[in-house]
Design a protein around this ligand. Structure first.
Ligand code: GDP
Ligand code: CO
Length: 410
């Protein structure tokens, strides 16, 4: 792959945020170029083998899920964490049929679990991590909660890198590119604590019967503006380096995943920045992770070649996302009175009042959890735990498949 070198890197304490890098060519020929980084296919492939892709899914169109799963490069292990309905129709069962079919045809490694499986709640309780459980000891709803399950399973398989891909993407080819972009980011990084975040060049929308290639969504533009403002007021130098505040498509090293805190639901992505600023930025009071502070945390922001076309989920979803994002900024240790009052101006439209935005629930780091034990508990008890890998003995589902009953998306 040929990818632009970052023109500038913002250094904030131990955190390095690289300016946006564009993909020049998805493959390349090794020509010398002082402005670009040429990453060989062999280097990318060696990362893919150590990368797990987590796909959080909640009641998405099965055609879209099918395309997404087929597009993820073969060398990656795919971990699907579903929070889809089980009644009145068992949507999750249909998802498992999609997954099993792709595994049977390709032999790619897949792992699948349902977020609300009571055994997932019990396993979290057993390993001493109750923070994402509700009163009945089930895992709460929320994408972030699903992502935590996925990260632990990736760690249990000994993966060094974890990437996320949404299940509602209309264009399988773009999903393939995202994963290659993640791998390229890890090839360029110089620290075990690295995050790669993707930026869309365009997010196409249908406007008056035509596709319009829109550059910015309202939520992203607002989130990025405030994250940059936090940096600017702290350093005294204005910056616009952050362009990926809401990047659902992102990847991180397992080492970094272990020391992050996670905000609940959709505020998880902007909170990555807020947490890193608060914990590893300038003027930190207490150093909790000296290894990471010494090695540094690197954030790559890569602009994809493919546009991002996904399911549109309506205005109330957009408001929820904006509220979650702005609330993380409001409650950041770096936020001063000036930023707070500017935030309240923006929030009044959503909240219909001048109230302080409610703080998001934040879950502590998962690095201390015995992930192998967690996965073993699920493997032996959870009804929805499925691990399809090379040595899986012929399962009943496979035998059914061999009889010719392959999945047809409905
Ligand atoms: P957006 O693309 O950021 O607007 O958000 P989406 O609504 O598309 O959600 C991103 C991904 O998370 C999709 O694949 C959803 O199906 C999935 N998702 C949403 N809520 C949950 C949840 O509660 N649990 C899990 N496991 N996945 C979820
Ligand atoms: Co989406």
């Amino acid at each position: 792959m040929l990818i632009e070198l970052p023109r500038h890197t913002e250094i904030f304490g131990s955190v390095k945020i690289h300016e946006l890098q564009r993909v020049i060519k998805l493959d390349s020929g090794g020509a010398e170029n002082p402005r670009a980084c040429d990453i060989t296919w062999e280097d990318i492939k060696s990362i893919l083998k150590r990368l797990a892709i987590v796909v959080p899914v909640k009641n998405e169109n099965l055609h879209l899920l099918d395309g997404v799963l087929r597009a993820i490069p073969f060398d990656c292990t795919v971990i699907i964490v579903s929070n889809s309905d089980r009644v009145p129709q068992d949507v999750h069962k249909m998802e498992r049929e999609v997954i099993t079919n792709i595994h049977n045809l390709s032999r790619q490694e897949f792992l699948c679990i349902h977020q609300k499986d009571p055994e997932v709640g019990f396993a979290f309780h057993d390993v001493g991590y109750d923070y994402l459980l509700d009163k009945s000891r089930l895992v709460r709803d929320g994408k972030s909660e699903g992502m935590i399950i996925g990260m632990l399973l990736a760690k249990s398989l000994g993966k060094d890198f974890i990437g996320f891909v949404d299940a509602d993407n209309y264009v399988p080819g773009s999903v393939r590119e995202y994963v290659l972009d993640y791998a390229a980011g890890f090839c360029m990084s110089k620290t075990p604590y690295t995050m790669v975040r993707l930026h869309w060049r365009y997010k196409p929308k249908v406007v008056e019967d035509r596709l319009y290639f829109k550059k910015w969504g309202r939520v992203s533009a607002t989130t990025n503006r405030y994250l940059n403002l936090l940096l600017s007021i702290c350093t005294g130098f204005e910056t616009e380096v952050v362009l990926t505040g809401n990047a659902g498509e992102h990847a991180l090293t397992t080492d970094l995943a272990g020391i992050m805190k996670y905000s609940t639901g959709y505020s998880v992505e902007p909170y990555h920045f807020v947490y890193l600023f608060d914990e590893f930025g300038q003027r930190v009071k207490e150093i909790l992770y000296p290894d990471a502070c010494n090695a540094g945390v690197e954030i790559f922001q890569i602009e994809t070649l493919n546009p991002h076309l996904h399911e549109e989920k309506g205005q109330s979803h957009i408001n929820d996302m904006l509220l979650g994002s702005l609330s993380t900024v409001y409650h950041s240790a770096l936020c001063n009175d000036e930023v707070m009052s500017e935030l309240l101006d923006d929030l009044v439209d959503i909240l219909q009042s001048w109230e302080t935005p409610p703080p998001n629930v934040v879950m502590p780091p998962i690095g201390g959890i015995d992930a192998v034990n967690f996965a073993k508990l699920l493997e032996s008890h959870a009804e929805t735990f499925t691990w399809l890998h090379e040595t899986t003995v012929k399962s009943e589902i496979e035998e059914e498949y061999l009889k010719g009953e392959s999945f047809q998306a409905v």
